[in-house]
Design a protein around this ligand. Structure first.
Ligand code: NAD
Length: 478
């Protein structure tokens, strides 16, 4: 099996170790072998990015747009192949994998267009005869550190704006999903970027990740991952004055009111809580349901969840793929046990399943009779596990929805304009959905949360300029 290498200073480079990437639907299937870089190699990549930075900052908007357009167009043309690789290495179903690849392509195309309209302003000064210009300049070298659960879309939504606004990149993907990162890099490497503008360094967080965090040459770090790692990233970056952007966990509420359309509510909850095996930061893990619809909602959910087809991510008809690996599966099982011990009722699921191939299969688990104080409702599980919290009315539902350390996304299912409007205004989340799953967002608008979920400027859409540029105010006396 050929070794897939790191991409540093425009060259493909061996690592110090090999990462064998296993298919979570079938652990006998080795997806590929990927070179793990050392700390010293990460430092070489940072040097290369730093050397390339002045040239890339001076590149014309057209040059940047052309490269981004070429990358986005190739991803879209190869979406089926890339989606299959994604599903094979991460375990989300094939339609979800192809959808994610498409989204990555669209993000590159969006930022190709943004590259030729980097915003600025010119104003009259308060002093006579003086003009004031406000321009945006690249930040310099940016370190991009990504998680395993969206192995192509999250890298895309960091890499594309970084390049569009003239920055050079050192990209460290999660150890579990080097395949998509490598395939994306192979496309980027053929897009005409000057050497050193984009570097891929696969490797461990404690080695490659920390080299990025601690280098004085890395001016900004964009991180998506767990709260625990995010805190380390923030401390390291802030202590040396680097810009930092964090997207972390969630414990997202989905409120279902008595007046909701039952089919809409069940559809949104099943999708939001369990699709992509519940491994989404925007997953609806707390289903907050008012008393009048509670029993009908739970009954319909249990029927729907029993009927979901859990199997190999690449098999036609599979609705829920495997959990990503053994350690995530252990965490899911541990929380299911914690829920039972806390007195919650496991209404359905939560069982290890055997399929034709050895994989990490778990049936979607729904707890009922839970309170918002239970650990299963306070801590992120990151698997196909959700809880129902019964409440008496809308006011209690809103209070429970907001009673969390997180604030990424939230949702409400209702046919009442009054409650929908009130919830949109008063939900303490960065993204609010009405009659839609809490997960599943557009690529051209801001993404991010509040409280423990996010830190720093938003990602995606035109709001990405806030993180990937630095503002200059220039005065001219004519
Ligand atoms: P993780 O925190 O374990 O790892 C994220 C990345 O950080 C990986 O690339 C990892 O190698 C790297 N890393 C680990 N230790 C490091 C260190 N000391 N220094 C620098 N880098 C280090 O997270 P994960 O398990 O890959 O992803 C799951 C988590 O990501 C969940 O908590 C989920 O909610 C979160 N997530 C959040 C969003 C969002 O936008 N809010 C999106 C997707 C996933």
């Amino acid at each position: 099996m050929a070794l897939n290498r790191n991409y540093i200073a425009g060259d493909w480079v061996d690592g110090v170790d090999v990462n064998r990437n296993l298919n979570p639907s079938n652990t006998n299937d080795v997806v590929g072998e990927y070179a793990r870089a050392s700390r010293a190699q990460a430092e070489t990549a940072i040097e290369a990015a730093s050397a390339a930075a002045p040239g890339w900052a001076a590149a014309t908007p057209q040059q940047r747009a052309d490269a981004l357009d070429m990358i986005g167009s190739e991803i879209l043309a190869r979406k089926d192949e890339l989606g299959k690789l994604l599903s094979r290495e991460e375990g989300k179903t094939l339609p979800e994998g192809v959808g994610e690849a498409m989204r990555a392509g669209q993000i590159f195309r969006f930022f190709a267009a943004e590259a030729v309209r980097v915003p600025g302003e010119k104003l009259a000064s308060t002093r006579p005869g003086v003009d004031v210009e406000i321009t945006r300049e690249p930040v310099g070298v940016v370190g991009l550190i990504t998680p395993w659960n969206f192995p192509i879309a999250i890298p895309a939504w960091k890499i594309a704006p970084a390049l569009a606004y003239g920055n050079c990149i050192v990209f460290k993907p999660a150890d579990l999903v080097p395949g998509c990162a490598w395939a994306l890099t192979e496309i980027i490497a053929r897009s005409g970027l000057p050497k050193g503008v984009f570097n891929l360094v696969m490797g461990r967080g404690a080695e490659v990740g920390e080299a990025i965090l601690n280098s004085p040459k890395v001016a900004a770090v964009s991180f998506t991952g767990s709260v625990e790692t995010g805190r380390k990233v923030a401390l390291a970056a802030v202590s040396r004055g680097a810009k930092v952007q964090l997207e972390m966990g969630g414990k997202n509420p989905m409120v279902v009111l008595d007046d909701a359309d039952l089919g809409t509510a069940v559809g949104a909850a099943v999708n939001g809580a369990f699709f992509s095996t519940g491994q989404r930061c925007t997953a609806s893990s707390r289903l907050i349901v008012t008393a009048g619809i509670h029993d009908r909602f739970v009954g319909a959910m249990v029927e729907k969840l029993k009927a979901l087809k859990v199997d190999d991510a690449l098999k036609a008809g599979t609705e829920i793929g495997p959990v990503v690996d053994q350690s995530q599966l252990d965490q899911d099982m541990r929380y299911i046990e914690i829920g039972r011990r806390e007195g919650a009722t496991l209404a359905v699921g939560g069982e290890r399943l055997n399929r034709d191939t050895p994989g990490f299969y778990l049936s979607p688990a729904l707890f009922t009779g839970t309170t918002n104080q239970m650990r299963i409702n306070r801590e992120e599980i990151f698997g196909p596990v959700a809880s129902v919290v019964r409440v008496k009315d809308y006011d209690e539902a809103l209070a429970v929805a907001n009673d969390t350390d997180f604030g990424l996304s939230s949702g409400i299912c209702t046919t009442s304009l009054k409650y929908a409007s009130h919830f949109k205004r008063n939900s303490q989340a960065g993204m609010v959905m009405v009659n839609l799953p809490t997960a599943g967002v557009d690529y051209h608008v801001p993404f991010g949360g509040r409280k423990g979920s996010s830190y720093g400027p938003r990602e995606q859409g035109r709001y990405a300029a806030e993180f990937y540029t630095t503002v200059k105010t220039a005065y001219t006396m004519a």
